[in-house]
Design a protein around this ligand. Structure first.
Ligand SMILES: NC(=O)c1ccc[n+]([C@@H]2O[C@H](COP(=O)([O-])OP(=O)(O)OC[C@H]3O[C@@H](n4cnc5c(N)ncnc54)[C@H](O)[C@@H]3O)[C@@H](O)[C@H]2O)c1
Length: 287
């Protein structure tokens, strides 16, 4: 049977009401996750179409375009994808890399979120060596750095890729989460490149704010900020107990946190002046 016939048959088996999004037992056999078999039969076709779009550099796709590429009706496609929990964004469409991962996961081909780490210095290497990601459903599929001394080196069997090949790596792996562990001056450029190729979630360690389009999530990690918070509690404890727990000389002038930082560290009232002054000049060296 040709794939067009398979699709037509699958379409005939599907729910009569395209607006309906909940799995319908009356539609016949259902896969273990509650997706009707007729939909499951179409998923490989969607996956193939998405892989082609991704290889061609398409980042977002409308339901109409994807439906055409897959040879199904747009309403059918929307209904199928809604069963996976993917609804797309009005006026934007579907994120190709993310949807590709969702469809692959529904088919049991991808059980973990693919993550790429950019910047394999002290921090990136430590993250790449961390074995705890996998047990939480993340798989590091790419390590990227421009340093020729690092390119080709392996961490847990995964070779470090040259930054020049970032786009190829993203197309090949379908990574949707990017970890930015580059020097701050490189972070925005790296982020732009990640986002252009379908990465929709960024974990940013570089001490700079990142500009990203709507729909892309950025989480900033700042270990210095965490230490400041601990220092604040130490200070409070010392005040309550009447003894100083740390080296700070007591409350003083509180310096504003880095004026250029649009995600400023909340300054706890009464925090030790020294700790805060340190944070105000937050630089890479201090990390
Ligand atoms: N948020 C935190 O808590 C925290 C903690 C430690 C470090 N940091 C920050 O993380 C970043 C990395 O720190 P580190 O100690 O690993 O630095 P590092 O100098 O050891 O490593 C930086 C790596 O980035 C690579 N690099 C340079 N330009 C690049 C580019 N354009 N694209 C990709 N990679 C590039 C370098 O080759 C190097 O391997 C820095 O921005 C640092 O300030 C943040």
């Amino acid at each position: 049977m040709s794939s067009a016939e398979t699709l037509r048959e699958a379409r005939d088996d599907a729910h009569p009401n395209p607006a309906e999004t909940a799995p319908d037992p009356a539609a016949g056999e259902t896969a273990p996750r509650g997706i009707p078999d007729a939909t499951v039969a179409r998923l490989p076709v969607y996956l193939r179409a998405l892989a082609q779009l991704s290889a061609g550099g398409t980042v977002t796709v409308s339901s109409g375009e994807l439906a055409e590429a897959a040879g199904v009706g747009p309403a059918q496609l929307r209904k199928d994808l809604s069963l996976l929990g993917s609804y797309g964004t009005r006026g934007v469409g579907y994120d190709v890399a993310h949807l590709r991962f969702e469809v692959a996961r529904a088919l049991g081909e991808a059980e973990e979120w693919p993550v790429v780490i950019v910047g394999l210095g002290n921090l990136g290497t430590a993250l790449a060596n961390y074995s705890g990601f996998r047990s939480r459903g993340f798989r590091v599929v790419g390590l990227v750095d421009p340093d020729p001394a690092l390119v080709g080196r392996r961490i847990h069997g995964l070779a470090i890729t040259d930054l020049r090949d970032l786009e190829d790596l993203l197309a090949r792996t379908g990574a949707v989460i990017g970890v930015v562990a580059t020097p701050s001056e490189a972070a925005q450029d790296v982020t732009d490149r990640l986002v252009r190729r379908g990465v929709t979630s960024i974990l940013n360690f570089a001490p700079v704010p990142l500009a990203v389009p709507d729909g892309v999530h950025v989480r900033k990690v700042d270990l210095g900020q965490e230490l400041q918070i601990l220092a604040y509690h130490e200070h409070r404890r010392a005040e309550d107990g009447g003894t100083r727990a740390g080296p700070a000389a007591g409350p003083g002038t509180i310096e504003p946190v880095d004026a250029g930082d649009p995600n400023p560290v909340p300054v706890p009232a009464g925090a030790p002046a020294r700790a805060l002054a340190h944070s105000a000049g937050h630089t890479e060296d201090e990390d």
